[in-house]
Design a protein around this ligand. Structure first.
Ligand code: GLP
Length: 235
């Protein structure tokens, strides 16, 4: 595991975008696993700049996102589909039909989970997975629990995640209580993993990267992956 400490959020974003951009240059039709949240916004801004400058070409890139809220339609500004369109897809030359997220409004979420897991495999697996981390150590929406979930599945969000994510909703009651997420096994199958964490995540990064490997701190499983880069930032 490589752990880099950037001087600032801007530098962390530039380094992360450099790693993702390198992946796209080396394999133009790569499969990128993408994340939402405040952490990757700066990274996406840098990728947009590089694409507009003609340095990066997303025309053959395929993307799969980690997770989606249950019950939110893609048009909802709080949905992760909206987030991805708004922060990345609408501003680069990616083909929308090559961008995938789990469908949080599928009538049968169990069947949707199976479909999404198969879809990732059918694309040839994830070349590089970008991750953020929750204050409780969640990755994607894999909340602390007593075993590592293997496949894409539905989760009940914890109170702390609902509270943390309520900043993006008008009222805390509007935050969905359930989500559909890649499992820990799905994430661990990615060839390379890149985790970015703001300075407010110092404590959980310390526990996850140097502490006991336990499903009570889901990100701790990354210690077992053979190619993980973690970028933190000082401020
Ligand atoms: C959400 C997402 C996670 C993300 C986490 C941290 O719960 N499902 O994928 O890593 O929030 O978000 P932030 O970067 O805003 O702190």
């Amino acid at each position: 595991m490589r752990i880099l400490e950037a001087e600032s959020y801007e530098k962390m974003s530039a380094i992360a975008a450099g790693i993702i951009g390198g992946q796209v240059l080396l394999k133009p039709d790569c499969v990128l696993g993408l994340a939402t949240g405040s952490s990757p916004i700066g990274t996406y801004e840098e990728l947009v700049k590089s694409c507009k400058a003609g340095v990066l070409d997303f025309s053959q890139v395929r993307t799969v996102n980690l997770d989606e809220y249950c019950g939110l339609f893609p048009e909802s500004p709080q949905s992760y589909r909206w987030f991805m369109d708004h922060h990345l897809f609408d501003h680069v030359n990616i083909r929308k039909e090559n961008t995938f997220l789990p469908n949080g409004t599928a009538p049968d979420i169990g069947a949707e989970a199976k479909r999404y897991e198969k879809l990732i495999d059918s694309l040839g697996g994830i070349d590089l997975q970008l991750l953020g981390i929750g204050h409780n150590g969640h990755i994607g929406f894999n909340e602390p629990t007593d075993s590592f979930p293997r496949y894409v599945h539905q989760v009940d969000l914890t109170e702390s995640t609902i509270r943390a994510n309520s900043r993006l909703f008008d009222r805390i009651e509007d935050v969905p209580k359930k989500a559909i997420t890649m499992g820990i096994g799905t994430i661990m199958k990615a060839a390379r993993i890149l985790l970015i964490a703001g300075e407010d995540k110092k404590d959980i990064i310390q526990r996850a990267m140097y502490g006991e490997i336990t499903p009570a701190v889901p990100a701790s499983v990354l210690q077992l992956h053979r190619d993980v880069t973690v970028i933190t930032c000082k401020k």
